[in-house]
Every structure is written in C-alpha cells, then in structure tokens.
Design a protein around this ligand. Structure first.
Ligand SMILES: Nc1ncnc2c1ncn2[C@@H]1O[C@H](COP(=O)(O)OP(=O)(O)OP(=O)(O)O)[C@@H](O)[C@H]1O
Ligand SMILES: [Mg+2]
Length: 496
C-alpha cells in the first residue's frame, strides 16, 4: 500500500535518513524498530508530509504521489499519531478531533453531528471515548484513543503510530492491541514504531529494522526472535535482563511518614510511610494513576503535601522548594520529560545545567562560567552516549530517547544522595535500557539512595531491592522482588 523508495533526509550536518526504502503491505501491521536516533520518526514524518525528503519517492497503491504536507497525506488516507501527543488540553475530545478537519466556515460547523460521528466511530472499535470529555481530565491511554479517532475521523486507511505504547500501562497495552487487531480486521494498514520487542512479536506481521539512518533489515515476524531482532538493532548481543548483586543498605536517607498529597481529583496519596536507605533501590509498583506521580512530585518539591512529613538526611524537608531540595542532594528524573525535564528550545549545554545554573561553579558573581558548562555538557554527552554529540543543538532536535539520556546524565552528574526516578527507560532503545539499568545499579553501589517508579513491572522488579506496591494512594504491600512473582505483584496492584 505504501512504498517509500530511496528516501534521504538531512538536518544540517545530520543525515536522519540515508537512502531508506520500506514497503508496507495493505492490511498488515508493520513494525519499525531501531536505536534512538536511527531515523524511525523522521521517515514516518516524511510519509505523513510533516517533513519533506531531500530525495526519494513515495508510492501509494502503486502510484507515485507528492506529499508536501499533512494535508496531502490525509487526502491520500494516511494518518499519524505522534510520539508526543498534539492535543489541546482545555478542549473536549470532539473539539480536538474536528480541529482542522471541519469543512466550510466555522458558522457551519455542526458540533452535534461531529459528536455523533465520533461516538459511532468510537463504539465501532470499542474505544470508549466520550466526545464531550475534556482532554485534561483523561488518562494518557484515553488521550491516545482521541488521537486515533482524530486520524480515523479523517478517514485514514493507513495509520502511522509512533511509539504508541510507551505511555501505556501493561493492561492498556493489551486493550490497545485489541483495538489494532480490530482495525486490521476492518482492512486498515498500520505502521507501529516501538522499542519493545515482545510487542513487535505479539502484534506485527512484518518488521523493518533501522540503524544509523538506514534500513538494515526486513523480516517476517513469524520468522524471527527477540534475540535476533536485538542483535539487528544494536549490532551486538544485548543483555535482556538486569545483572546485579544484593544491596548493602546503609543509613536511612529518606523517611516518609504518613504522607498525604492531593491530586487533580482529590486525595491522591493517602498517608503513606516508608524509608529509603543509602545503597538501595526501592521500587514502587502500581498501575499508573494510583498516586505515584503525586508522591514523587511532593518528594521533589513540585507539589505541596496535605499531611504528614518528609525527612531527608535527618532533617524535616516537608514542603521545601524544588530548588532547595536539589541543593540538599535530591535529584529528580521526571516522568514527563517535555513538561518537567527539558527546555526544548534551549541547547544541550543550557539543558545540562538546569537546576544548578544559578550557583557555583556554574555561576559565580553574576557570570556564567562557560568552561565549566562546556566541560559538564561534554561529560554528559560522552558518559550517556547522547547523539548527536553536539552541545549547540536545541534539545528538541534530539530524538526522544536521546532527550531522556540527556536528562538522566544531568541528574546523575549531581551525584545525588537521593535519586527520585520515574519511568527511566520510557522511549529508550534496548541498548540504552541495558546501559541505564547498569548506571542505576552503579549509582546505588556508590551509595546513593534510589526511589524508582516504573510502569514496567518487569523493570521495577528487576532493579528494586525492595518493592512497595501502591494502590489507590496507599502502600498495600512491601515485597521482596526476588521471591515474589510478577503475577502476584500484578494481583496486588489491581487488588485482585
Ligand atoms: N527537527 C530536527 N532537527 C534536527 N535534527 C533532527 C530533527 N529531527 C530529527 N533529527 C535528528 O535526526 C536523527 C533521527 O531522529 P529520529 O527522531 O528520526 O530518530 P528515532 O529513530 O525516531 O529515535 P527515537 O527512538 O529516540 O525516537 C537524530 O539524529 C535526530 O537528532
Ligand atoms: Mg522517534
């Protein structure tokens, strides 16, 4: 249905796509895999007219086409859901869906009819989207369905999904795959970019592997394995599990007593108590939306508490500012890197000093110390393999996974007494996951206390020395991840 032929695309000195050819067969689910920065999003954005190729050809149903912008792509039946959603928070699902798609003048806009059409579409695929619900009140999973509906409402026959599962809980992934299968039954063609090999194996018919801007392999899913794919992606064998010794915990660094925090819809954290000691990783397992976000925000100074205490290093730090906490030695790798972690329009050098930019050695007596900044950013780029390794690039020019590596590198560089880390490997390729896991263990072994939140149950059980299960804002169990099965923990998370 879609043929991308010999596509080349450069951004300045970076060749994002180098003579890439991909064939997507009608009615199939085609996975695109590859390292961070391999050029996956770029090639798909070209197919969607978001970028224009420098050279190459695009064919739809065997005919050469010109896709200069998303409008052209939509007219050809191509829809795309981006890696980072592009919805307006303060508008309803229906308003977002028809935004830009309405024909005729605004006066002719029939919101009632649009609402009905959207509801019909939503019901057909069992998406459960309420047209009049506001985006800001929805879970990420629901927001994603709105993005899907947005493409389907424009009559997309080919849907391009850029890392759609990165933000979903395991349960949501299951439901999402159900939706994809139903769409396939309806005759849709789907392209899915993902870093999760088990997902590739579960959902796709065919896989294209990209590396360094090129397409380096194309296989039928039924004829490959996770191990083979991993080798094709990274170019070497990858350790697909975590390798660590037992923790040797020392003094208590963080003591949380009876802590309560409010969220958007009332109490989110309800009187939790726990400790984290130097030299251990304490994991928090739970289905997203059970208070993890609010807990970490309170601990990092981004949200106020409504009850209880936080003690850090023997002193009460409840409701201290984020800046103060950072000065005391608490680093934070946030779950939402676009909202909290980066200044997208600033360069890597500036981003590398966020949080320490106002104090020595970065700033002294009102002057920014360029030498210190240059050294710092160079170190982060080197140690965390941030690509491309150019400190002058704006953060938004980095691929998703490389943005994450930059944030992790910056926070690790603080040599924190306590690291608060949420979803450390979201959107990160398998080689980088192995690397980040190793770095987290190294930080632990160097004596930092680590509090880890991850929606990936496999990840949190593999990394944590002790595991707390959170449900509806309460810690319902503490388990030894070595002796408790993932299934048991899953049951505790759901209360089943
Ligand atoms: N708008 C842009 N300006 C400059 N460089 C860009 C831009 N978009 C992408 N690049 C660069 O092109 C290369 C490919 O990026 P792309 O986003 O396609 O990678 P990806 O395979 O989707 O990676 P990830 O898995 O991290 O999302 C990277 O080196 C990236 O830094
Ligand atoms: Mg990408």
């Amino acid at each position: 249905m879609l043929e991308l032929k010999n596509i080349t695309k450069t951004f300045g000195s970076v060749t994002a796509n180098d003579d890439v050819s991909i064939n997507v067969t009608k009615g199939t689910i085609h996975a695109i895999v590859g390292e961070n920065g391999a050029g996956k999003s770029t090639i798909m954005r070209i197919a969607y007219g978001f970028y224009n190729a420098d050279s190459g050809e695009i064919l739809v149903d065997g005919h050469p086409v010109s896709i200069r912008n998303p409008h052209d792509a939509i007219a050809l039946g191509i829809g795309m859901v981006h890696q980072h959603f592009m919805l307006v928070d303060t508008m309803t699902a229906a308003e977002n869906i028809i935004l830009g798609a309405e024909t005729g003048s605004a006066a002719n806009l029939d919101l009632d009819k649009a609402n009905r059409d959207i509801l019909t579409l939503s019901n057909e695929l069992r998406l459960g989207v309420k047209p009049d619900a506001y985006i800001e009140d929805m879970s990420v999973g629901q927001q994603q369905r709105v993005e899907l509906l947005k493409a389907l409402y424009r009559d997309a026959k080919l849907l391009i999904l850029d890392e759609p599962t990165a933000v979903l809980s395991p349960q949501e992934v299951e439901e999402f795959f159900g939706i994809l299968r139903r769409m396939k039954e309806q005759g849709k063609t789907i392209i899915i970019i993902t870093h999760k090999l088990e997902e590739v194996l579960a959902i796709s018919d065919e896989v294209t592997v990209m590396r360094d801007g090129r397409s380096v392999g194309n296989v039928k899913t039924s004829e490959t394995t996770a191990k083979d794919l991993a080798r094709m992606i990274v170019g070497r064998d990858v350790l697909l599990r975590v390798d660590k010794t037992d923790a040797e915990p020392k003094n208590t660094v963080l003591e949380v007593k009876n802590l309560s925090v409010s969220g958007k819809n009332g109490p989110a954290v309800k009187g939790v108590s726990f400790t984290v000691r130097a030299g251990e990783i304490v994991g928090i397992a739970g289905i997203e939306g059970n208070g993890q976000t609010e807990l970490i925000e309170a601990l990092s100074g981004l949200a106020k508490t409504t009850g209880g205490n936080i003690e850090f290093d023997g002193r009460d730090v409840t409701n201290q500012s984020a800046r103060k906490l950072k000065e005391l030695g608490i680093a934070h790798i946030p779950e939402d890197r676009h909202k909290r972690g980066l200044l997208l329009n600033s360069d890597l050098a500036e981003n590398s000093i966020l949080g320490v930019h106002y104090r020595p050695p970065v700033e002294t007596a009102g002057f920014m110390n360029t030498a210190v900044i240059n050294k710092r950013v160079a170190q982060i780029i080197e140690n965390f393999d941030v690509r491309p390794p150019n400190p002058a690039l704006p953060a938004k020019a980095l691929s998703g996974g490389n943005q994450q590596k930059l944030i992790i590198g910056r926070e690790f560089d603080l040599k924190p007494k306590l690291l608060l880390v949420s979803q450390p490997t979201r959107g990160v390729d398998i080689g980088a996951i192995e690397f980040i896991h190793r770095k987290l263990i190294e930080l632990r072994d160097a004596g930092s206390a680590v509090l880890l939140v991850s929606a990936e149950l496999e990840e949190v059980t593999a990394l944590a020395d002790r595991l707390l299960v959170i449900r509806e804002g309460e810690i319902v169990a503490e388990v030894n991840p070595k002796t408790t099965s993932v299934e048991e923990i899953g049951l505790m998370m759901t209360g089943g």
